[in-house]
Design a protein around this ligand. Structure first.
Ligand SMILES: Cc1cc2nc3c(=O)[nH]c(=O)nc-3n(C[C@H](O)[C@H](O)[C@H](O)COP(=O)(O)OP(=O)(O)OC[C@H]3O[C@@H](n4cnc5c(N)ncnc54)[C@H](O)[C@@H]3O)c2cc1C
Length: 443
């Protein structure tokens, strides 16, 4: 999309991470995926992490071509997709018998055991366990937690594998660059035009009806919102066969990430940590697991993990206030009392912040906390789920979003699916849209 040519500038293309300790003995991970560790870490852990990191990045790179292809139809796979799969298998085998076996082993283990086998530092294990489960509905001890982490590690920022970037002007600036690029390519964009219904007539998609009643006719409709919402709300059960409706209803979309926004009168002090870093509060791998346990029962954890960014440390605000934006995990997606859960979660987040940046509470001018159900209401992500549908092994590859729909082609002629709810899932990668466009072109 030539986003750089359309205004995208990185405030920081490769953010360092500081894993915060409440006694100020922090651990700093610099370079993509913590290439260099400093602070609270032993030489033994530094060496063990270097080996594990290299292995994880190698495995993620071997699997990464999967992100840029339609998952093959297992029953009918022929030609190109099968060849691509065979190439990935070959690349995995070419790593050598030992690494190939190791890939198989770690894919079947869980993040907690993987980290516990190799590392000793609770702060390092906590930071990595938080990283691995970010956006998921899985604790580090849940089965099959390594594959989603490898998918995350296969991503790139500015061409660097595993790097995390911050656009100048924030994420909205990325959207603006995408919009400018699309407009230059001849696309007409309409904002504030909410689709109420996809029009199906004569067993074909014929266009969409907006919430204000306007009809837009088109032979093809590409839905870039979650497949569950597209099928059940926009198309409607009466146009789908009963089996598909049941399977769509059973699609798992439980979001565990809440979003916290604070306006602060002055810069907070996280006991000397650099405010331009990405700051993590995830004291140990056990803390991450303990923050996941209550949400299974719709309850708020006492000590949620936090991924904190302070964009105003990169680009000062005109009035000198600071903005703190954090992902708080885990948060219940369906508590019995939503308002009470939101208030409890805000209190738990503020207690975590206060323990790591004493006095921060007194700096707060305004606070907003979006729980997963608030994110669902505002942005339409079912369950507020990060990936628009859980990225768990039983909902990955040719099973994503559902068997038979994994090639981006909807169940009704003319309908295409292109959101994070499709293969290979979410994060801001554009992969699902890219693959859907290729599939449409090939049709
Ligand atoms: C709390 C939270 C934090 C996250 N943080 C990160 C992060 O730091 N880094 C990262 O890479 N990813 C992050 N993600 C994940 C990332 O935001 C998503 O995976 C990604 O945005 C999905 O992209 P998408 O284009 O499929 O859907 P979306 O980005 O959800 O886009 C869909 C758009 O369609 C609109 N829409 C919905 N319904 C309708 C309708 N009926 N008619 C018209 N328009 C409609 C929505 O308003 C939305 O603008 C986060 C997710 C969450 C929930």
């Amino acid at each position: 999309m030539n986003l750089a040519g359309h205004g995208l500038v990185w405030a920081e293309p490769n953010l360092a991470t500081t894993a915060l300790s409440s006694d100020g003995n922090h651990l700093r991970l610099e370079g993509p995926v913590g290439a260099a560790l400093s602070g609270a870490v032993t030489d033994q852990d530094r060496a063990a992490w270097a080996t594990l990191r290299a292995r994880l990045l190698r495995f993620a790179a071997v699997l990464s071509p999967l992100n840029h292809m339609s998952p093959p139809r297992i029953a009918k796979a022929v030609g190109n997709p099968l060849l691509k799969l065979a190439m990935i298998g070959l690349r995995a085998r070419l790593m050598g018998a030992r690494e190939f076996r190791e890939l198989g082993r770690i894919l079947l283990t869980n993040v907690h055991d993987l980290l516990d086998d190799e590392l000793t530092s609770p702060l390092l294990k906590g930071a990595l366990a938080f990283e691995a489960t970010l956006g998921g509905w899985l604790g580090p001890r849940s089965p099959n937690t390594v594959l989603p982490w490898l998918v995350r590690l296969s991503g790139q920022t500015a061409g660097v594998q595993g790097a995390l970037g911050l656009p100048k002007g924030g994420m909205a600036a990325l959207g603006a660059a995408m919009a400018a690029s699309a407009t230059a390519a001849g696309v007409t964009l309409r904002c504030n035009a909410r689709v109420a219904r996809i029009i199906v007539d004569g067993e074909r998609v014929q266009g969409v009806t907006l919430t204000d009643g306007e009809e837009i006719r088109a032979p093809r409709v590409v839905s870039a919102i979650a497949p569950k919402t597209t099928l059940l709300s926009l198309v409607g059960a009466r146009h789908l066969d009963a089996g598909l409706v049941t399977r769509a209803r059973h699609l798992k979309a439980r979001g565990g990430a809440a979003k916290l926004h604070l306006t602060l009168r002055a810069a907070p002090d996280f006991r000397g940590a650099k405010l331009t870093d990405r700051l993590l509060i995830a004291g140990s791998e056990h803390d991450v697991e303990r923050s996941y346990n209550p949400v299974k029962y719709g309850l708020v954890p006492d000590r949620p993990g936090l991924e904190i960014m302070i964009p105003t440390a990169h680009e000062p605000s005109p009035d000198g206030t600071h903005h703190l934006s954090a992902i708080a995990q885990f948060a219940p997606h369906a508590p019995t009392d939503r308002d009470a859960a939101r208030a409890d979660m805000l209190a738990a987040c503020m207690a975590q912040l206060e323990a790591h940046a004493p006095g921060i509470g007194a700096l707060v001018e305004s606070a907003e906390l979006l729980m997963p159900y608030d994110i669902e209401a505002r942005y339409g992500l079912p369950g507020g789920q990060w990936h628009g549908g859980e990225l768990s092994v039983e909902q990955m590859l040719f099973l994503r979003p559902l068997p038979g729909l994994a090639q981006y082609k909807g169940p009704i002629p003319g309908l295409w699916l292109a959101s994070a709810g499709c293969h290979p899932g979410g994060g801001v990668s554009g992969s699902a849209g890219w693959n859907a466009a290729i599939a449409m072109e090939a049709e």
